[in-house]
Design a protein around this ligand. Structure first.
Ligand code: PBG
Length: 325
């Protein structure tokens, strides 16, 4: 036989055919839009390494959340950058802390959007680590007590879901227990279960002013070459009470997303992190790639790998792109 019997090209010959057999469709429903909140009023400071993203005071954040809701995006994820930091991360669980204030104002102004809060200490500690320091070590068990207090304070302020990202052992259980014992049994936990010690968080650390002042995060975040260990981390978080499991970053870890989706039946979130966003923005700015196409291709790949929820700084742009189509 000289010629092929089956010709896959037959079904690629027009956009209509391609549309008909397309296996993965990105939807605005899949998206979560991250935001950076700072104290004060009338602050909207561009984050140079993340074009189109800003540190904003709550007045601007409320406007932004209105826009995000208007685009049909179901959820935002909040990161707080406090005025002052200390050894014990006291700003993380303060009643009038940056996140607690922002959540209350957002829920008051735009009630029907899901407000998720990142529960971590690195933005609030003077040393920039995600937990309490003893000597030169990040001390697990005192850290999970503070994380539990922080998560609970977010729920009290009105957060619809809390997302622990400190990678301390037992953090999900500690937060679940604090929520349950205080009347927030109905507040779900989206666990950053498989969070890797990644260089792709670089731009975020500028945005959140959260770079560690000494050492690195390799004793608590996962070692990038590991995949079995990610399944173990996820299984633990599910036992501890996670409602949604997360893999982070997304693009360099599509295999981990796919395994997580295959092995577990909980919704899988993937975090398309700052460095993944900034690389595309930078290459597009240089004219080396088509920014819109790269954005859609990258984020669609995250969904194809198995993500049900995609946290991405592209969320508003994707929503507009999908609307225009
Ligand atoms: C907090 C946290 C980080 C990110 C999300 N939550 C930074 C880090 O662990 O250093 C990174 C998000 C991004 O890069 O977009 N621990």
């Amino acid at each position: 036989m000289h010629y092929p019997l089956y010709r896959p090209r037959r079904l690629r010959k027009s956009e209509e055919f391609r549309r008909m057999i397309r296996e993965t469709r990105l939807s605005v429903d899949d998206l979560v839009s991250p935001l950076f909140v700072v104290p004060g009023k009338n602050v909207k400071k561009p984050i140079s390494s993340m074009p189109g993203n800003f540190q904003m005071s709550t007045d601007f954040i409320v406007e932004e959340v209105r826009k995000i809701k208007g685009l049909g995006i179901p959820a935002v994820l909040l990161f707080g950058i406090p005025d002052s930091k200390d050894e014990s991360a006291s700003g993380a669980f303060a009643k009038d802390g940056i996140i607690q204030t922002a959540v209350a104002e957002i829920k008051n102004a735009v009630p029907d959007i899901i407000v998720i809060t990142d529960v971590c200490l690195c933005e609030y500690t003077s040393h920039g680590h995600c937990g309490m320091i003893r000597g030169t070590e990040v001390d697990n068990d005192p850290s999970i007590d503070i994380l539990a207090e922080t998560g609970l304070s977010h729920a009290v302020a009105g957060a619809d879901m809390v997302a622990p990202s400190a990678m301390m052992d037992g953090q999900v259980f500690a937060i679940r227990k604090a929520l349950d014992q205080n009347g927030y049994a109905g507040t779900p936990i989206m666990a950053y279960s498989a969070k890797y010690a990644s260089c792709f968080y670089g731009p975020f650390r500028e945005a959140a002013e959260s770079a560690p002042q000494f050492g690195d995060r390799k004793t608590y975040q996962m070692d990038p070459p590991n995949s079995n260990e990610a399944m173990r981390e996820i299984a633990l978080d599910i036992e501890e009470g996670a409602d949604i499991i997360m893999v982070k970053p997304a693009l360099p870890y599509l295999d981990v997303i796919q395994r997580a989706k295959d092995m577990f039946d909980l919704p899988v979130a993937a975090y398309n992190v700052s460095g993944e966003f900034s690389m595309i923005k930078a290459a597009a700015k240089l004219g080396w790639i088509d920014g819109d196409r790269a954005m859609m291709e990258a984020v669609t790949a995250i969904k194809r790998a198995g993500a049900d929820i995609i946290i991405t700084y592209f969320a508003p742009e994707i929503a507009r792109f999908l609307q225009d189509q």
